[in-house]
Unconditional design. Structure first.
Length: 155
């Protein structure tokens, strides 16, 4: 798969618990990211019961849900969404607010919250990044969460 690096997780990240916050908006794209993220975690040895899913309406709501989820017993959160540029500045406000909110929550809680929110100019770009046979960003986001657990446990 293009973009996916070989990753051999240790028991630290295999036995960790993960939260995935995903949006109901842009369901086809986000659904593919969710499926690919979850499938990657499972293929790398994470148990299904160690994955918690939380659906939110849109990208603006992701930071709050991610922060609340990260404040529980999960070790890392993967935030999934897709914000596609339109004809109005709405894209800029939503993408910026989501980005800043996720960053702030992660830094405040000192827990990895992986930014898996696609911010693209077109729907085709978003579909390409969510497709398992093309870029498969969902798998990359899952690996990123596992790698952050390992990196932070070594500090």
């Amino acid at each position: 798969m293009k973009g996916i690096k070989t990753f051999s997780p240790s028991l630290k990240s295999i036995n960790a618990s993960y939260g995935i916050v995903f949006t109901a908006w842009n369901k086809e794209i986000v659904g593919s990211l969710l499926e690919n993220s979850k499938k990657e975690l499972l293929s790398l040895g994470v148990k299904e019961e160690n994955i918690t899913l939380v659906e939110v309406p849109g990208a603006f709501e992701i930071p709050l849900a991610a922060k609340v989820l990260a404040s529980t017993s999960v070790d890392a959160v993967i935030a999934l969404g897709a914000v596609i540029k339109g004809d109005t500045p709405h894209f800029d406000f939503i993408a910026s607010s989501c980005t800043e909110g996720i960053l702030q929550a992660s830094l405040e809680l000192k827990k990895p919250i992986i930014f898996g929110v696609l911010t693209t100019n077109t729907e085709e770009q978003a579909l390409q990044r969510s497709d398992v046979d093309r870029e498969n960003k969902g798998a990359e986001f899952a690996q990123g969460a596992m790698q952050m657990i390992e990196a932070l446990s070594d500090i």
